[in-house]
Write a protein that binds this ligand. Structure first.
Ligand SMILES: Nc1ncnc2c1ncn2[C@@H]1O[C@H](COP(=O)(O)OP(=O)(O)O)[C@@H](O)[C@H]1O
Ligand SMILES: [Mg+2]
Length: 309
């Protein structure tokens, strides 16, 4: 295999721009003019420790799933964790086009589909990216075969693949696995939820769809009941956040729905939409942008860095 040089992801220790304040309750009485985006970490919130598997899920397209998966993964990789991102969206495979998998010169190119059909292990479908500590399991349109061919045990396939991998490695093979979900609540999404410790729900401010949030809630509950009792919703990210009364109502609504979750605004920034074209995480492409800084803070709340651990 040709070894491509790996770029170290920057740590944003010189905190860019204005940092968000962390509070344990919203103050609904703050007048609009004085109101700032804040991170809500309720007293019931439990921070996580590695190893940890996260599913980034919302069946609405454009919610910020792929951006959140890439930026959180990049923040943890910059902190020194060994991080793998799994692309579970066959419709766009946006993650695979953003974090280009570095395939070997020869031999088969595996993807997540091959894992579902028992054609390879999860380790064999994992490829380095151009960035240090950051690896990817790619996908393409053929992942949709899982939905209509329904291979045996598909709901458990990812959980089983992760368990096999840990067993073969003689311990957890990765500090963090982040699964970038599809815009549907189909079989692959259920498999992702079944394989995860924790759900991260990105919600785009302005694109909220109450019915959609209710069906997501229902799917999570039924996974908790039937296939994965340990699953919890640890955080909700309010993506492309702009100051508006609606943003504030949304924040209040999601903290009602998920009282134990951290609710974290990620401010709107044009840099977030440019970064995939540059094929770099936002923290690399625009380290001073609010989106890079906010995701950095989000990553530290959700899974504190090695230094803090
Ligand atoms: N904080 C942000 N500011 C501005 N644009 C954003 C932000 N987060 C995401 N976007 C843009 O919103 C669109 C949808 O985001 P994406 O992560 O692809 O969502 P999903 O994976 O849920 O479909 C993309 O064009 C992305 O660049
Ligand atoms: Mg996506």
């Amino acid at each position: 295999m040709t070894e491509s040089p790996r770029t170290a992801l920057p740590s944003l220790s010189a905190l860019p721009g204005e940092r968000l304040e962390i509070v344990s309750a919203w103050d609904a009485d703050t007048p609009y003019q004085a109101w700032r985006p804040q991170i809500l970490v309720p007293p019931t919130f439990r921070p996580a420790t590695a190893p940890r598997t996260y599913a980034v899920v919302n069946q609405k397209g454009g919610a910020g799933k792929t951006t959140s998966a890439v930026e959180l993964a990049a923040a943890w990789a910059a902190d020194g964790y060994r991080v793998r991102v799994i692309d579970a969206d066959h419709q766009e495979a946006a993650l695979s086009a953003w974090l280009l998998p570095q395939y070997p010169d020869e031999g088969p190119r595996h993807s997540l589909r091959s894992v579902f059909f028992d054609e390879c292990s999860l380790a064999e479908a994992t490829y380095p990216t151009l960035f240090e500590n950051l690896y990817v399991v790619p996908s393409s349109i053929d992942l949709q075969r899982v939905e209509y061919e329904r291979p045996i045990g598909a709901e458990q396939a990812l959980a089983a693949a992760l368990a096999d991998e840990a067993q073969q490695a003689g311990g957890p093979a990765w500090d963090v696995t982040v699964i970038d979900g599809a815009p549907s609540l189909g079989l692959v999404t259920v498999a992702a939820l079944t394989a995860s410790d924790e759900v991260i729900v990105p919600v785009k401010v302005g694109g909220l769809d109450m019915k959609g949030m209710a069906s997501l809630h229902k799917t999570i509950r039924s996974v908790q009941r039937k296939t994965n009792p340990k699953l919890r919703v640890g955080s909700v990210l309010l993506t492309a956040w702009d100051k508006s009364d609606f943003a504030r109502q949304l924040a209040a609504k999601v903290s009602e729905d998920y009282p134990e979750a951290a609710v974290i605004p990620i401010r709107r920034s044009i840099r977030a939409s440019e970064a995939p074209i540059a094929e770099e995480p936002v923290r690399m492409y625009a380290p001073k942008s609010t989106a890079a800084g906010d995701y950095d803070q989000a990553a530290r709340v959700i899974l504190p860095g090695r230094a803090a651990a």
